[in-house]
Design a protein around this ligand. Sequence first.
Ligand SMILES: NC(=O)c1ccc[n+]([C@@H]2O[C@H](COP(=O)([O-])OP(=O)(O)OC[C@H]3O[C@@H](n4cnc5c(N)ncnc54)[C@H](OP(=O)(O)O)[C@@H]3O)[C@@H](O)[C@H]2O)c1
Length: 245
Amino acid sequence: MGSLGGRRMIVVGGSTGIGRGIADAWAAAGADVVVCSRHRPADAGHLSWERLDLTAPKHARERLAGLATGGVDVVCFSAVYYGEARAYFSKVAEGEWRRQLEVNVTGLWLTLGAFLPALREAGPGLFVGVSSEVAFNAGPGRSGYAASKAAAKVLLDSLGQEEDSVRVVQLLPAGMVDTPGIRRRRPADFDYSSYAQPSSFARVATELAVTAGDGQHGESLVVDANGDWGSTNARSAVSQSRALT
Ligand SMILES: NC(=O)c1ccc[n+]([C@@H]2O[C@H](COP(=O)([O-])OP(=O)(O)OC[C@H]3O[C@@H](n4cnc5c(N)ncnc54)[C@H](OP(=O)(O)O)[C@@H]3O)[C@@H](O)[C@H]2O)c1
């Protein structure tokens, strides 16, 4: 049995990308991990999967409530709708803005509502939010994404100031991470050699889960490509926004 044996974890948005990196790390450490997403994850025999679409609130509420029964030790929220492409404000359709809020903010809100009671009982449970440097830096051509990630950050900051029996920690990559969500927005010949891999989150996610976030409650941790990390209390979240062509 690994360091997380006997623990039950949920990763909303855990089928691909950073959420998948975290889910894989927790499963490798012996946890029972359920990932939630619209599509079945590939090569995931070590994970359980629950279909979930955060843009269908009634269905999402029911699915999340079902998952919250039976005890949960740690929940991670990594689901995201980036938007079709970076674009100036006047070029973005209202539907895109609404979907960014629906997945990135309301999806987080629904997830918190469903799991907080179970996490309080875990005493202390841990909630891990996957954040972004845009919540600190904004950036041109990403107003909806930046606004939704800033709202998600402050929602979790505020919650962290309320909660005694659930620890709340946010993780954000120091640079860009090679994920399917990012690849959908890049040309086919794009060079990803400077990008981190989702597995760079394995070490910090495992340590947080083992300690239930002890000493890190309320913090945002910047995660480097080599897996090192540091709090935004001590280092800046550096902008990754390229010029918009
Ligand atoms: N990659 C980066 O460079 C980077 C940089 C800064 C911050 N981040 C943050 O990292 C987090 C993860 O991003 P990522 O790049 O790893 O994304 P990703 O590869 O696109 O993964 C997103 C996950 O969310 C799920 N998802 C999307 N829409 C959903 C919906 N409507 N209902 C339920 N699940 C849904 C996806 O599965 P389905 O499509 O199957 O539903 C997938 O599991 C986000 O919070 C993002 O802001 C990433």
